[in-house]
Design a protein around this ligand. Structure first.
Ligand SMILES: Cc1ncc(COP(=O)(O)O)c(C=O)c1O
Length: 340
C-alpha cells in the first residue's frame, strides 16, 4: 500500500486512453499538432484569459523556463526555503537563468510570510550592484508541506510584486489539489491574484510525463519557444503530451481526481487525529505526522510504504493520490488506531 508519492501512482485509465486515441495517423510535430493547438485554446477558456501555453514533460523544466523568462543572470529569485526549485532541482533554475541567485525565505508550514518577504525586499539595494537584483517571487501551491495559500495570502504577494516591480510565479505541481481545497476558479488562483506564470502540473494527478508552463503576462514571453527548445523540452511527438492534458481538463476530470486525493487525506486526518500529531495543517493531499518510532517500524513491516522525513526519525510523509483506494486508507487508519 503506497503512500510514498503521487508520482508513484499509475496513470489514470482515461488519460491513457486519450493517448491511444491520439495515436491515429500523422500529425504535425513539435507542437504544431491539433492537440497542442486545442490545449492552448482550452487553457484560455479555463483560465478566462489569453495565455501562452507550453506543454512540457517535467515540472523542473516548467519552473526553470519560468525563471529564465523572468530573471536575468544577475537577478535573484525569492522563494520558500523548502521550495522544490530551491531544494530539489539540482540547480536547474540557476543553470537555465545562467546564474541567477536563489534567495530562500523561511516560513511556517511551507509558506513564505508576505510580511517577511516585504521586510527582506525593503532591505535590499543597499549594496547596489554588489548584490543580485530581486526579480522573481516563486510560490508553491500546494506547498511542499501540503498546505495551501488562501486567496487573501496570494493577494498580499500580488501587492508586494507590484510594490517592487517583480514577477510572480506559481509552482503548481499540485495545482488541482490546491484549487479543489480553495474551491475557487483557476483565474482567481492565478492571474487575478497577480500570478504571471504558472507551472501547471498534471503528472502527479493522473497524467504521464505531462506538465505545462502557462504564461499570463506578455512581458514574460519573449523567446519562450527558443528557451523551451534549449531546455530539451520541445518534444517532437507533442501530440501525446497535449492529448493527455486535454483529457485531463475535460469534464473536470482533473478536479475529480484531485478531490479524491484530498478526501483520502482528510479522511485519514479525521480518523487518526486523536492518536497522532500532525505537524502541518492537512489542507490537500500530503500529510506530515509524528508517530512513535515503533509504530513507524510496525507500519513498514505491515507493508505500508511512505517516506520517513529526512532529518527526523519520528516524522513521516503520507501522500494520498487520485489512485489511493479507500480500503488502503482504512487499513492504515486501523493499523495506527489499534497500535498499543
Ligand atoms: C512542488 C513540486 N514542484 C515541482 C516538481 C517537479 O517535478 P519533476 O521535475 O520531477 O516533474 C515537484 C515534483 O516532485 C514538486 O513536488
Amino acid at each position: 500500500m503506497n503512500f510514498r508519492s503521487d508520482n508513484e501512482a499509475p496513470v489514470n485509465a482515461s488519460i491513457l486512453q486519450a493517448m491511444i486515441e491520439a495515436n491515429q495517423g500523422f500529425e504535425e510535430s513539435y507542437g504544431y499538432d491539433t492537440y497542442s493547438e486545442r490545449f492552448t485554446e482550452q487553457c484560455q477558456q479555463l483560465f478566462e484569459t489569453w495565455c501562452e501555453v507550453l506543454p512540457l514533460s517535467t515540472g523542473t523544466a516548467a519552473n526553470s523556463i519560468a525563471m529564465a523568462l523572468s530573471c536575468p543572470p544577475y537577478g535573484a529569485i525569492l522563494c520558500h526555503e523548502d521550495a522544490h526549485l530551491n531544494r530539489d532541482e539540482c540547480g536547474a533554475p540557476e543553470f537555465y537563468t545562467a546564474g541567477a541567485k536563489i534567495i530562500s525565505i523561511p516560513g511556517k508550514h511551507g509558506k513564505m510570510d508576505a510580511n517577511d518577504l516585504d521586510q527582506y525586499l525593503a532591505n535590499t539595494g543597499v549594496h547596489g550592484e554588489h548584490e543580485s537584483l530581486p526579480c522573481t517571487i516563486s510560490l508553491t501551491q500546494c506547498t511542499e508541506a501540503g498546505t495551501v495559500y488562501s486567496l487573501d495570502e496570494l493577494l498580499q504577494f500580488k501587492k508586494i510584486k507590484e510594490k517592487y516591480g517583480l514577477a510572480l510565479h506559481m509552482d503548481g505541481a499540485r495545482f488541482a489539489n490546491a484549487l479543489v481545497a480553495l474551491g475557487c476558479t483557476p483565474a482567481e488562483m492565478t492571474w487575478q491574484s497577480g500570478i504571471d506564470m504558472l507551472s501547471f502540473g498534471a503528472t502527479k494527478n493522473g497524467a504521464m510525463m505531462a506538465e505545462s508552463l502557462i504564461v499570463f503576462n506578455t512581458q514574460y514571453i519573449k523567446e519562450i519557444k527558443r528557451l523551451r527548445k534549449r531546455s530539451g523540452h520541445l518534444i517532437s511527438k507533442m501530440r501525446f503530451i497535449s492529448a493527455q492534458l486535454l483529457r485531463y481538463i475535460q469534464d473536470e476530470l482533473w478536479l475529480k481526481l484531485a478531490a479524491h486525493a484530498n478526501q483520502q487525506a482528510q479522511y485519514f486526518f479525521q480518523n487518526t487525529q486523536q492518536k497522532i500529531t500532525f505537524i502541518h495543517p492537512v489542507e490537500a493531499n500530503e500529510v506530515f505526522c509524528r508517530l512513535p518510532v515503533e509504530l513507524i517500524a510496525s507500519l513498514s513491516e505491515q507493508g505500508f510504504e511512505f517516506h520517513v522525513w529526512p532529518g527526523f526519525n519520528d516524522v513521516i510523509r503520507l501522500v494520498f493520490s487520485h489512485a489511493t483506494e479507500q480500503s488502503s486508507t482504512d487499513k492504515l487508519v486501523q493499523a495506527i488506531m489499534q497500535h498499543e
